[in-house]
Ligand binder design. Structure first.
Ligand code: TTP
Ligand code: MG
Length: 385
C-alpha cells in the first residue's frame, strides 16, 4: 500500500505555528513580495472564498480582516525537512514530490507498525505531536489513488481505498480528478462524452489516442486499475545552501559576518538533520551592480559543524575585495557524504575539546529550533552586541 501525505494550508500553518497569536485567524501568505497574489491561505480564510493564486486585493475584498504574511521560504523548507525526517522513521521508500507532499511505500512495514490505516494514523499523530502541524493522508494500492484520496477530507483527513474498493472507486471517478488531466484535455474528453474513468474504461483506446495523444495510454491504464508508477526514493541531495538579499546593501564586515553566521547555522542544521557531512564550502556574494562571485574551499575534514562552516566562510570573505556594497550573501556546502563515512579521527588534537563543545552547542540549537523555530536563534544572532 502507498500513503500520500499533504500538509494542510502549509505556508499559512507554519506562520500560525511561529506566531501562535494567528491561530484560528484567517491568514493569507503572499502579498507584495509575491506579485500581489495569494500563495496560500489558512482554512479560516478559505471559508471566505480566499484561494491560492487569487489577486490579493480580491482576497481582501472577500476577507478584509485577514492577516497577510510575507513568504518565508527558508522556514517552510526547514519545516519540510523536519516533516520528511519523520516520514523516514517509517519507511526507507519515501518520495518527496513537493515542499509539503510525499509518497511512502509501506509494504513490509505492517509487521512493525500495524495495518495501513494504523500506520497512517501513527504518522499523522507524530507530525501533530512533534511539529504541531496538521496533514491529510490518502492510502491506496496505487499511487494516483493515494494522491486523490489525500485530498478528499482536507484538512486533517485520512482516506483509505482498500484493494477491493479500487475498481468501484475508479469507475465513479470524475476525470478532472485524475492527476495530469489539464483543462485542454478535459475539454477534449468531455467532447467525447467521457465524464468518469469508468467511461474511459469502456472507451476505445485507439480513438482516445487520436483525440488526446499519448496521455490516452496512461489514462486507459488507470481506468483499468493499472498504475505502474512506483514510489521512487529521492535522488540524494547534492548541496545545501542558505542566503539572503539585504534590504539595504552593505559593505560592513560585521553585518556580513552576522548573516554568514546565521547561514552557517542553518546549513549545518540541515546537514545534521539529514545525517550528512560536507567536503566543500562555497561563499557566494552578489554586489550592488548584480555581478556575482563565488569562492570555494575544501574543508580540512568533511564535517557538519556550523562553527567550522562559519570560520571557513569568514576566511574566504576576508580574501574578497569588497569594492562596492553587497546585495546578497550566501554560503553553501557540497560534496555531501553520510555521516557514518569514516573520517580520520584526531582525538588527541588540541582542538578536540573545543570541537566537542561546539557539537554540543549545535545540538542544543537544533533542539531549540525544533521546538520554537529558528526565529529565536536568528534574533539572538542578529542582535547587535
Ligand atoms: P498545496 O499543498 O497545494 O496547498 P496548501 O498546503 O497550502 O493547502 P492544502 O491544505 O490544500 O494542501 O501547496 C503547498 C504549499 O505550496 C502552499 O502552502 C503554498 C505553496 N504553493 C505555491 O507556492 N503556489 C501555488 O500555486 C500553490 C497551490 C501552493
Ligand atoms: Mg498542502
Amino acid at each position: 500500500m502507498i500513503i500520500h501525505i499533504d500538509m494542510d494550508a502549509f505556508y499559512a500553518a507554519v506562520e500560525q505555528l511561529d506566531r501562535p497569536e494567528l491561530l484560528g485567524l484567517p491568514v493569507i501568505v503572499g502579498g507584495r513580495s509575491n506579485r500581489g497574489v495569494v500563495t496560500t491561505a489558512s482554512y479560516e480564510a478559505r471559508r471566505f472564498g480566499v484561494r491560492s493564486a487569487m489577486p490579493l486585493f480580491q482576497a481582501l475584498q472577500r476577507c478584509p480582516q485577514a492577516v497577510v504574511m510575507p513568504v518565508r521560504m527558508w522556514r517552510y523548507k526547514e519545516v519540510s525537512g523536519s516533516m520528511m525526517a519523520i516520514l523516514a522513521e517509517f519507511s526507507p521508500l519515501i518520495e518527496q514530490v513537493s515542499i509539503d507532499e510525499a509518497y511512502i511505500d509501506i509494504d513490509g512495514m505492517e509487521g512493525l507498525f500495524g495495518d495501513p490505516l494504523s500506520i497512517a494514523r501513527t504518522i499523522q499523530n507524530k507530525i501533530r505531536a512533534s511539529l504541531h502541524l496538521s496533514c491529510s493522508m490518502g492510502i491506496a494500492p496505487l499511487k494516483f489513488l493515494a494522491k486523490i484520496a489525500s485530498d478528499m477530507k482536507k484538512p486533517g483527513g485520512l482516506t483509505l481505498i482498500p484493494p477491493d474498493r479500487v475498481m468501484p472507486f475508479i469507475h465513479e471517478l470524475p476525470i478532472e480528478r485524475v492527476p495530469g488531466v489539464g483543462p485542454a484535455t478535459l475539454v477534449r474528453l468531455k467532447s467525447l462524452g467521457l465524464k468518469t474513468l469508468g467511461d474511459v474504461n469502456r472507451f476505445d483506446e485507439k480513438r482516445l489516442h487520436e483525440k488526446i495523444g499519448k496521455f490516452a495510454f496512461r489514462l486507459t491504464a488507470l481506468a483499468h486499475g493499472v498504475d505502474d508508477a512506483a514510489v521512487v526514493p529521492d535522488r540524494p541531495v547534492k548541496s545545501i545552501s542558505a542566503e539572503n538579499t539585504f534590504d539595504e546593501n552593505s559593505d560592513d564586515l560585521n553585518v556580513l559576518k552576522r548573516y554568514m553566521l546565521m547561514h552557517a547555522e542553518r546549513v549545518g542544521r540541515e546537514l545534521r538533520m539529514a545525517g550528512l557531512i560536507a567536503r566543500t564550502l562555497t561563499l557566494k556574494i552578489k554586489f550592488n551592480d548584480f555581478h556575482q562571485i563565488t569562492r570555494s574551499a575544501t574543508l580540512e575534514k568533511p564535517n557538519q559543524s556550523s562553527e567550522k562552516f562559519y570560520a571557513e566562510a569568514v576566511r574566504l570573505l576576508l580574501d574578497v575585495r569588497l569594492t562596492m556594497p553587497v546585495r546578497l550573501i550566501g554560503i553553501g556546502v557540497s560534496g555531501l557524504l553520510p555521516k557514518a563515512t569514516p573520517v580520520q579521527q584526531d582525538l588527541f588534537h588540541n582542538g578536540s575539546l573545543q570541537t566537542a563543545k561546539w557539537e554540543k552547542l549545535d545540538h542544543t540549537m537544533d533542539s531549540i529550533a525544533a521546538k520554537f523555530g529558528t526565529e529565536m536563534i536568528r534574533k539572538a544572532v542578529l542582535t547587535d552586541s
